[in-house]
Design a protein around this ligand. Structure first.
Ligand code: SAM
Length: 289
C-alpha cells in the first residue's frame, strides 16, 4: 500500500468528490431521521497543504486553491457551502495569511455535517493514515474509526439499523482489479441495502475501462458526474475522474448541474464537467465574473 492521499488532497478530484459529498449530506440530513454514514476508504482525515506531501505535487493549487480565490458573487450555492466547510476547517488551525493551509478529507466533511444521533464509521487500512485518522478524531464519540478493510466493512455494516445511509467508496486504485472489486462491492451493498445512497469515486485513465465500470452500476436511480482537465487521459497521470451516485437524494442533480460547469470554468480553460441526465429544469450555469 503506497498510496497516500496527502499527495493529492484538495486536487480537482477532491473538488468533484467533496463538493458532491457536502451536497449529499446536506440533502440527506434535511430529513428528520437518523442517518448512518460509512466512509470505506477514509484517508487521514485532514491534510496540511503546506506539508511535505502536498507541496511535492502542488495539486491543491490547481484544485481547491482556484475555488478559494474565485469571486464569491455568482458562485453556485453548493460550491459556496463546500468552500465554507473547507475554510471553517482551515480556520481551526489559526490564521493562514489568506491562502488555505489545511484541507479537510471526507471524514472531516462528514463529521461537520452530522447531527447528534447520526452514526459514522470511517475505515482506513494504511497503518499511518489510520493512526492519523484516529488522532484527528481522538475523544470524538460521534466518529468510529476502524483500521479495517472498507470493502469488508461494507459487507458487515449493511443494512444499517437506521435504514437510511450514505456510503462513500473512494479506493486508491493501486491494484489492477480495483474496478472489479468496486463493482462487486456495490452489487453486494445494493443487495443488502437497496435504498442506500452510494457515492463511488473512480479515475478515468482509460476511457473504455471507466465506461465499462459505470455500465456495471445497475441501479434505477443513478447520476454520473465527470470532470476532465483537458489533457489526454491515456498518459498515466490523472486527467479525468468521475463520481457515480446511486439513489441520489431529491434535487441533488439540480444542485450539481449548477455547480459542476461553474467548477470546471473556475479550474481553468479546457476543463470540462459532464453530468448524466441533467434535470430538465436545471438553472443556466452562472458565469464567472
Ligand atoms: C483516495 S484515498 C481516500 C480519501 C478520502 N476518502 C477523502 O476523500 O478524503 C484512499 C484511501 O484508502 C486507503 N485504503 C486502501 N485500501 C483500503 C481498504 N481495502 N480499505 C480501507 N482503506 C483502504 C488508502 O490507504 C487511502 O488512504
Amino acid at each position: 500500500m503506497n498510496y497516500r492521499h496527502g499527495y493529492h488532497a484538495g486536487n480537482f478530484a477532491d473538488v468533484l468528490k467533496h463538493s458532491a459529498l457536502c451536497e449529499l449530506l446536506r440533502l440527506l440530513l434535511a430529513k428528520d431521521k437518523k442517518l448512518f454514514v460509512l466512509d470505506t476508504h477514509a484517508g487521514a482525515g485532514g491534510y496540511d497543504l503546506a506539508g511535505k506531501l502536498a507541496e511535492r505535487t502542488g495539486e491543491a493549487e490547481a484544485g481547491i486553491a482556484r475555488l478559494a480565490a474565485a469571486p464569491r458573487t455568482g458562485m453556485p450555492e453548493a460550491v459556496a457551502r463546500y468552500l465554507a466547510q473547507v475554510e471553517a476547517y482551515d480556520r481551526k488551525f489559526g490564521p493562514s495569511g489568506g491562502s488555505l493551509r489545511r484541507y479537510p478529507g471526507s471524514p472531516r466533511l462528514i463529521r461537520a455535517a452530522l447531527r447528534p444521533g447520526d452514526r459514522f464509521i470511517a475505515c482506513e487500512l494504511h497503518p499511518e493514515d489510520a493512526l492519523a485518522l484516529k488522532r484527528e478524531f481522538a475523544g470524538d464519540r460521534a466518529v468510529e474509526v476502524r483500521q479495517a478493510d472498507g470493502y469488508k466493512a461494507l459487507k458487515a455494516m449493511l443494512p444499517p439499523p437506521e435504514r437510511r445511509g450514505l456510503v462513500l467508496i473512494d479506493p486508491p486504485f493501486e491494484v489492477t482489479d480495483e474496478f472489479e472489486r468496486l463493482s462487486r462491492a456495490v452489487r453486494q451493498g445494493l443487495r443488502r441495502f437497496a435504498t442506500g445512497c452510494y457515492a463511488i469515486w473512480y479515475p478515468i485513465k482509460d476511457e473504455a475501462a471507466a465506461a465499462a465500470f459505470v455500465g456495471t452500476l445497475e441501479a434505477p436511480k443513478r447520476l454520473v458526474m465527470e470532470l476532465r482537465l483537458g489533457g489526454d487521459v491515456g498518459t498515466g497521470k490523472l486527467a479525468a475522474c468521475g463520481l457515480a451516485v446511486i439513489n441520489p437524494p431529491w434535487r441533488f442533480d439540480e444542485a450539481m448541474a449548477e455547480a459542476l460547469p461553474w467548477i470546471a470554468r473556475c479550474l481553468g480553460p479546457g476543463v470540462r464537467a459532464t453530468i448524466s441526465a441533467p434535470p430538465a429544469n436545471a438553472p443556466a450555469p452562472a458565469s464567472l465574473p
